[in-house]
Design a protein around this ligand. Sequence first.
Ligand code: NAI
Length: 247
Amino acid sequence: MSLTGRVALVTGASQGIGRTCALRLAKDGATVAAAARNQEKLNELVAEITAAGGKAAAFALDVADEDQVKATVKAAIAQFGKIDILVNNAGITRDQLVMRMKRADWDAVLQTNLTSAYLCIQAVISSMLKQRWGRIINITSIFGQMGQAGQANYSASKAGLIGLTMAIAREVGSRNITSNAVAPGFIETAMTAVLSDEFKQAAVKQIPLARVGSPEDVASAVAFLASDDASYITGHVMNVNGGMLMG
Ligand code: NAI
C-alpha cells in the first residue's frame, strides 16, 4: 500500500469525486480526514472506510469559511498528528451567461472553488514545511483550460486554481512538497447529472475514448500524484478527460 503512514485531508468528501478519492486514498493506506458540510454523509463514508480496515474521521466544514478551515485543519492535526496530503476538491457551479450573471453567483463560485484552496493550503503548509514532505492536489477542470460558455465564474475559478497550483509548486518545491492539479473532463457525478441527455451525447462525441469518466478515473490520478511514485512531478496539470482536450 503506497500511502501507508500518510494522512490525507480531502475537501468535498461527502459525495462524487471527493468521496471516491477518500475511499481510494484510504484503500492505499492513508488515514483520511474527510471534510464537507454534510456530517451525516461523512459519517457514512467514515463507517465504510473503517469497515474495510482503514482509518478515517469526519470533519464538518464549509470551505468558504476561513475560521472553519483553520479549525478543521487544527482538529485534524490534533487527531492524526499531521497532514501530508491535501486534496482541494470541494466545488460548485452557478451557471449563467455573463450578461445575466449575478454578482452573488460569481462570488460564491470563486470563494468555494478558488479562495477555499488558498485557505486550505495556507492552513496546512506549515505542517508540511516542518516535515519536509507534502502533496497538494487541486481538482481543477477542463473548463479552466478551455473555457465554457455559461460558466465564466466556474472557468475563471478553475483557471485560477491552475495558477495557484504552479505558484505554490515554485514556493515550496525546495522543501519536498509537490503541488499539482488534476483536470477532469466529463465525469459522471451529481454535478453532471443535471445536464440534458442531448448535451451529454454531444459531449461524448468530443471524447476520443468515447465514454464519460468515472470518479474512480479521477481518484486514480489523485492517488498517483499523492504517492512517492510521483515525487518528481510538480506544477503539473494532469488531464483526466478521455482525450477531450490534449496538449
Ligand atoms: P459534487 O457536486 O458531486 O461534489 C461536490 C462536493 O463539494 C460535495 O461533496 C459538496 O458537498 C462539496 N462542497 C461544495 N461546496 C462546499 C463547501 N462550501 N464546503 C465544503 N464542501 C463543499 O461534484 P463532483 O463532480 O464530485 O465535483 C468534485 C470536484 O470536481 C469539483 O471541484 C468539480 O468542480 C470538479 N470537477 C467535476 C467534473 C465533473 O464532470 N463532475 C469535471 C471537472 C471538475
